[in-house]
Design a protein around this ligand. Structure first.
Ligand SMILES: NC(=O)c1ccc[n+]([C@@H]2O[C@H](COP(=O)([O-])OP(=O)(O)OC[C@H]3O[C@@H](n4cnc5c(N)ncnc54)[C@H](OP(=O)(O)O)[C@@H]3O)[C@@H](O)[C@H]2O)c1
Ligand SMILES: [Zn+2]
Length: 417
């Protein structure tokens, strides 16, 4: 099963919107007979590739795979039928397919044909590998990871270099260097590789002028979609993102000035307009805003406010943004900040997972940029709760990975709808 998972991981960047699946066939004598992993363009599912390699040796053998074999007709015929036909005696699978079209039916089919089925071997590793698939297949909205690199005291950047003036795009990055180590930043590239899209606010573009590309060096089926939240299209035409756009930059605005839109589109940038966000839940009340009763819930299911308001700040609603990205078959999104976007994502409760890198540095001061700005949660009981924590070391840095929402939980399906 470890080998099956290792094979499945080779599909990262190559399988979405399909899951990462690896398969190993052992013959009757327990000798390796075949292996394979799925890629979207390769069409064939992992178990088919492994059984083809095994040929006649599959008969009476054991098939190991990290996901239940499919039972439905998709782009290919049901794998469960092929497993039966190949004469496999035992199927060892790490987890059920979260796809509601399968979800146990593959196992039922195998057992109905007299095949021994062993479930839940290395289940938690397998579930983690396809967490994004579980979210997307059940909600049609992307799995969202919030990533940031920060100091021990939670600062993502030193104070803005105001003396350089507003035209000094990228001055913040040029003036301050990197917070985290090379090892941590190299790992962050693998997160980009594993995601369909990356998202920042226009504030980050103006401050750092980042490229936002996948520089992991690993191959991917579709280019990483670079999504920029920019209400009024103030994205500088001279930014590196615009200069390098090849239909892989999507700017999400809430009010598009026609000429500005055309200027961006002429440079290969896509522009989409999305409806306005309700005000962040803990932001101070303003006289201008309209009251709208809405019940919102935290990840724990507790109501957090009794009413919500149209913000009047005119920014796109992140829940709408995620729905739209889902329609574009974006299965996973990596949010790489900016303090305002980080808060907006937490406030809108769209974050499924966090991956926070910490460098052993302390910036201090009220002028430096916090991980998440905005109103913040006002009660500890409202705070975003992170579960299933994993700690990682990258050189002198460390990272905390954890889930705000379990993509396999039933309630998560209702949350996104
Ligand atoms: N260390 C790290 O990991 C890291 C990563 C990224 C950035 N940073 C740092 O973060 C700083 C930039 O922070 P920032 O807060 O200015 O940048 P940001 O969060 O990337 O961008 C904020 C801007 O995005 C626009 N926006 C559009 N839709 C929004 C929405 N729904 N919610 C919130 N904002 C929305 C807003 O401008 P409009 O109102 O004009 O739309 C807003 O001012 C820089 O110093 C940068 O170096 C650090
Ligand atoms: Zn299949």
């Amino acid at each position: 099963m470890q080998r099956a998972l290792e094979l499945a991981r080779q599909g990262v960047g190559l399988t979405a919107p399909n899951p990462h699946v690896g398969a190993v066939v052992l013959d009757k004598q327990g000798q390796l007979a075949g292996e394979g992993f799925h890629t979207y363009d390769g069409l064939k599912h992992a178990e088919i590739l492994a059984m083809e390699q095994a040929g006649g040796r599959a008969r009476g053998g054991t098939l190991y795979l990290n996901l239940e074999p499919c039972s439905h007709q998709g782009r290919t015929a049901p794998c469960a039928d092929a497993v039966i036909k190949a004469g496999i005696a035992t199927v060892v699978a790490a987890m059920r397919d979260p796809n509601p079209q399968v979800s146990g039916r593959g196992f039922d089919k195998l057992q109905g044909a007299g095949i021994d089925v062993v479930e839940a071997v290395l289940r938690s590793e397998a579930r983690k590998l396809n967490d994004w698939f579980a979210k997307y297949i059940r909600t049609k909205t992307p799995f969202v990871t919030l990533k940031a690199g920060m100091t021990l005291d939670g600062k993502i950047a030193p104070p803005a270099q105001v003396s350089l003036g507003p035209t000094a795009m990228g001055a913040a990055a040029a003036g301050s260097g990197w917070i985290t180590s090379e090892e941590a930043r190299a790992h962050a590239q693998t997160l980009r590789h594993a995601n369909d899209a990356i998202m920042v606010g226009v504030g980050t573009i103006v401050a750092d002028d980042p490229l936002l590309t996948d520089r992991s060096g690993l191959s991917r089926r579709k280019p990483l979609l670079r999504v920029i939240l920019d209400s009024q299209l103030r994205l500088p035409l001279t930014s590196r993102v615009v200069a390098s756009a090849q239909n892989d930059v999507l700017v999400i605005c809430s009010m598009a000035e026609e000429r500005r839109r055309q200027e961006l589109e002429a440079r290969g940038v896509q522009v989409e307009q999305v409806t306005l966000a309700p005000i962040s839940i803990s932001a101070p009340r303003s006289k201008k805003v309209k009251q709208m009763p809405v019940r919102r819930r935290t990840g724990t299911g507790k109501p957090i406010v009794e009413e919500s308001r149209t913000s009047g700040d005119g920014r796109p609603d992140l829940r709408q943004v995620m729905r739209r990205l889902g329609e574009l078959e974006i299965t996973s999104v990596l949010i790489e900040g900016g303090a305002l976007v980080n808060w907006a994502a937490l406030a809108a409760d769209v974050v499924d997972k966090i991956f926070l890198y910490y460098a052993p540095k302390i910036l201090a001061g009220s002028g430096s940029v916090p991980f998440a700005a905005g109103g913040g949660f006002h009660q500890l009981s409202e705070a975003a709760q992170v579960k299933d924590i994993a700690l990682h070391r990258f050189g002198i840095d460390f990272a905390v990975e954890g889930y705000i929402h379990d993509p396999y939980e039933e309630t998560n399906v209702h949350r996104a709808n």
